[in-house]
Design a protein around this ligand. Structure first.
Ligand SMILES: [Fe+2]
Ligand SMILES: [Fe+2]
Length: 307
């Protein structure tokens, strides 16, 4: 016979971070991709040059496929957490998966209704991007189906939360948001990305919490985390370089034509990625030797959750 936690004296623990994230997600994660007004975006798009459109389309294709990948790959982690009977974490993860589905929806809406793009954009993804999204991410998540061990969970979370969300998505949204905001174009897309940034801060916050908990429960996990980061960093840096290899040529062409679209500075982009990444690594390192109870009650600010 199974015991249901919520009919025992345990009830639900509203004080632990995942449950606080769950309550936050119910308030902040309920925006509807269909409510975003893309009218001005469609006008802006019509006024862009071919090169300007090509740049935006390339960035959107990376975000679009990335959001689909994280929607499709999260389930094994939810199952692993559920099998451990961590009901509050599972409740939070239910909001997580639904948010990724909406992120997938909103980019496709943009491609359909603003860019009116019907072509296959797969060729825009370089070898490093494909290594992460076609191989490393699905393999580390699917491994949890037959091996839900703490080490496998740590490798999956480093891949999904620290590298894909923490380095690639968050940095990508940061760059995209800044460049669009600076020139007042694409207000609908800008609004969507504003929502995405908040949602992602909860996702990465949960990942930081999960890894901290695994490290505090078993100190060897810290080595697992470091090893996995070393494996993946060359690919993550490769994604940025292969993107800028193409973008720099296109941006030069935009500048040569005297067009003003936006500036995208590779160094600024990398600096931001590394700063965010390092601050999370510091949180994880500090989890060593902490009690699990302290980790449960970590603050939203410590794990970088936005309001
Ligand atoms: Fe997302
Ligand atoms: Fe996410």
């Amino acid at each position: 016979m199974r015991t249901m936690q919520t009919v025992t004296e345990k009830g639900l623990d509203h004080s632990i971070l995942p449950m606080r994230l769950y309550h936050k997600a119910k308030k902040l994660g309920i925006w509807d991709p269909r409510d975003i007004d893309f009218t001005k975006d469609a006008e802006d798009w019509a006024g862009f040059s071919d090169i300007q459109r090509a740049i935006l389309l390339r960035l959107c294709s990376l975000f679009q496929a990335g959001e689909e990948a994280v929607t499709r790959d999260l389930l094994p982690l939810i199952r692993a957490i559920s099998l451990e009977g961590r009901l509050e974490e599972e409740m939070y993860l239910a909001t997580f998966l639904w948010e990724e589905a909406k992120h997938t929806e909103v980019f496709r809406r943009f491609l359909d209704e603003v860019a009116c793009e019907k072509n296959d954009l797969t060729a825009m993804h370089g070898p490093n991007y494909r290594a992460i999204f076609d191989t490393q991410l699905p393999a580390s998540m699917e491994r949890l189906i037959h091996d839900p061990s703490p080490a496998a969970q740590a490798e999956a979370s480093v891949t999904y939360n620290m590298v894909v969300e923490g380095v690639l998505a968050e940095t990508g949204y940061y760059a995209f948001y800044n460049m669009l905001q600076a020139n007042g174009k694409m207000p609908g897309l800008l609004r969507a990305i504003g929502y995405l940034k908040k949602d992602e801060s909860r996702h990465i916050g949960y990942g930081t919490y999960l890894l901290s908990r695994l490290i505090s429960e078993q100190d060897e996990i810290w080595q697992v985390v470091q090893r996995r980061i070393q494996q993946l960093m060359p690919y993550a840096v490769g994604v940025v370089s292969e993107l800028f290899e193409v973008l720099n040529q296109q941006l030069d062409a935009v500048a040569a034509a005297g067009e003003e679209l936006f500036e995208l500075d590779q160094q600024d982009f990398m600096n931001y990625a590394m700063k965010q990444f390092q601050s999370r690594m510091n949180v994880l390192e500090r989890a060593r030797g902490k009690s699990v109870d302290e980790i449960y009650h970590v603050s939203e600010a410590t794990v970088g959750v936005l309001d």
